[in-house]
Design a protein around this ligand. Sequence first.
Ligand SMILES: [Ca+2]
Ligand SMILES: [Ca+2]
Ligand SMILES: [Ca+2]
Length: 164
Amino acid sequence: MSIRHALAATAAAGTLAVIAAAPAQAAEYSSALKVKGVQYDAPGSDSNRCSGGNTKNEYLTIKNYSRTATVNLKGYVVKDAVGNKFTFTASHKLEPGDYVKLRGGRGTDSDAGNVVYRQNCNFIWNNDKDTVYLLKPTGARADAHSYTKRADDADGNGYINYHG
Ligand SMILES: [Ca+2]
Ligand SMILES: [Ca+2]
Ligand SMILES: [Ca+2]
């Protein structure tokens, strides 16, 4: 391989690395709904038992940041780095400033209580690192954030704030 070719290959690899890292790094999409924050590590020792476990305390908060538009969560999808996903199948309207906590475990969804359960007792957000995707019903991205416990959770409480 000539020097010229070697340099070209290095430059190409560098470009690819930047592109691959970009989507989940502070990207801003045109969307009323964004991820307010994630309690990716449920407080205490993790147990995915449906009875007595703590999956319910692992949650994602999705908030409507529009000042005027009410948005129905129906059809929105939440996904992690490896493709585990949850689809909001029921109508759940978020008025401007309103939010919902998407909790693990089983429970009764409540508009008034601002809560939807994944109806799955397994954890979804890795405690070391992961990526949170929020997708619109069309499949377009509404929001995306990558995190590592080390870099993004300075106080180590298992919660990361993204949008105020
Ligand atoms: Ca977790
Ligand atoms: Ca924990
Ligand atoms: Ca924190």
